[in-house]
Design a protein around this ligand. Structure first.
Ligand SMILES: O=c1[nH]cnc2c1ncn2[C@@H]1O[C@H](COP(=O)(O)OP(=O)(O)O)[C@@H](O)[C@H]1O
Ligand SMILES: [Ca+2]
Length: 438
């Protein structure tokens, strides 16, 4: 028998029984500025349980329409006993490239990529639960950067795919997510998976997400001073476990790794990119190539005559980073969880293991950047952007956010076999709003 909706904030908070038991006890949160637009509010009246009460397993399907790819996360939850909260049992994850924004002029084709992923859910979810399994897609920076008209036609096509599927399609099931939710939901995911949101001794960790088009930083400030010095729109309160968390979070649009490449090349917001050649000292000297991003083709190359290497590249990158981001003093000495492109580039350069991840200092990225940029011919076989990407990551961390050389970064892709993505936090919120559980 499932626990259905109860008044938020009144449940007993149990400790995680052991590290693998992902107790589903974080659902009574209400983001302060979500009150007005609470997703799926009143979709199910209180005390109505949309899941078959005899069934103790239920599912949630969350799509992440990122700027570089679309991903499906199918979460399975189990209600082991009526007294206990449901537990997150596992996740099925699949992704496709490119992202929806690459189909800006072919929305039907874009929606087709979503349909192919959704077919996986048909196989994963038992047919008798299809009607009770919600499906939601949230798009991030790729769609934020498109014109309203193009973004809306993509979302409309996706909505049609959902409507034609056998799943539960809540109101507003396909939307562009606000950047501040992206940071908060990823913070919830990481702190939930690492067991920091239950029990008394909470030591929450800050999170750093580096996407293709935007980047997020989120942490729980410990000092009053930080709250005072932070612009109001960087702070968001929400309730969870009868505690109120006031998080520092911000999403920087245009500061994702791939958008930054364009900014460094001077190709961002340029009207007519056709036929233009964009050059950088961060690229191999002789290189001339084409690159497609967000449905646009760019021609780029190395500084044939001029300088290349770490120093000139760092100066070039500095121009797009320095003074552009808010620097909270408090983070200088803290450690952070970092994922997405921080993780991928650390793997590409053997700084960490693909499966295990690892702990790095900020200066490890800098050392690797120097090694790669000053020996570009040696790294010829990997991406021509490797030097630029590593220098950008270094500059973003040091000059952008203001981290110290020895700030520790916990590079993490999965915790207990669940992807560290905002999608889990978003699924908690979805299920809560639907009254599927607390
Ligand atoms: O669920 C996930 N698991 C692992 N990596 C992910 C997941 N979601 C996004 N990423 C990573 O995020 C990066 C791409 O960012 P994305 O395409 O989401 O751009 P955006 O966040 O700017 O829209 C890549 O490093 C990709 O591996
Ligand atoms: Ca992302």
């Amino acid at each position: 028998m499932l626990n259905c909706l109860r008044s938020p904030g009144k449940m007993a908070v149990s400790r995680l029984p052991f590290f693998l038991a992902l107790a589903f006890s974080s659902l009574s949160f209400v983001l302060s500025h979500w009150n007005r637009e609470m997703w799926f509010q009143d979709f199910f009246p209180p005390n109505m349980c949309p899941i078959n009460a005899k069934d103790n397993t239920f599912y949630g399907i969350m799509f992440d329409a990122g700027s570089t790819g679309t991903r499906i996360h199918i979460y399975t939850f189990v209600q082991k006993s009526p007294e206990n909260l449901p537990e997150l049992e596992g996740e099925i994850f699949e992704s496709v490239k490119p992202g929806l924004s690459a189909y800006a002029d072919q929305p039907e084709k874009g929606a087709e990529t979503v349909k192919r992923l959704l077919d996986m859910a048909i196989d994963a979810v038992p047919p008798h639960l299809w009607k009770k399994t919600p499906v939601v897609l949230k798009a991030t920076a790729g769609l934020r950067l498109l014109s309203e008209e193009k973004a809306q036609s993509l979302l409309l096509e996706v909505r049609e795919v959902f409507e034609e599927s056998p799943f539960l399609v809540p109101e507003d099931s396909v939307s562009i997510m606000d950047g501040s939710y992206e940071g908060i939901l990823a913070w919830i995911t990481v702190n939930f998976l690492t067991g920091q949101l239950s029990g008394q001794n909470q030591h929450t960790v800050g999170t750093l997400d580096l996407g293709g088009a935007s980047t997020q930083i989120t942490f729980l400030p410990r000092f009053e001073e930080t709250l005072k010095e932070t612009p109001g729109d960087f702070l968001t309160s929400f309730e969870m476990f009868n505690s109120t968390y006031k998080l520092y979070t911000h999403s920087y649009l245009g500061f994702g790794l791939k958008a930054a490449r364009l900014a460094i090349l001077g190709a961002l917001n340029v009207e007519a990119v056709d036929g233009q050649m964009f050059r950088s000292s961060c690229l191999p000297k002789q290189l001339e190539a084409e690159w497609h991003f967000g449905g646009v083709k760019y021609q780029y190359g190395g500084n044939k005559e001029g300088e290349t290497g770490f120093k000139p590249c760092y100066l070039e990158v500095l121009k797009v980073v320095k003074g552009k981001l808010h620097q909270p003093d408090e983070i200088r000495g803290s450690s952070f969880y970092a994922f997405s492109y921080y993780y991928d580039r650390a793997v590409d350069t053997n700084l960490i293991d693909y499966e295990k991840g690892g702990v790095l200092e900020v200066r490890d990225f800098e050392r690797k950047a120097e090694e790669v940029c000053d020996n570009m011919e040696k790294y010829n076989s990997s991406s021509p952007f490797l030097c630029m990407d590593l220098v950008y990551i270094t500059a973003l961390l040091k000059e952008g956010f203001g981290f110290r050389d020895n700030t520790l970064l916990q590079l993490t892709k999965k915790v207990n076999n669940v992807e560290t993505s905002w999608t889990l936090g978003a699924t908690f919120h979805l299920l809560q709003s639907l009254g599927i559980t607390y």
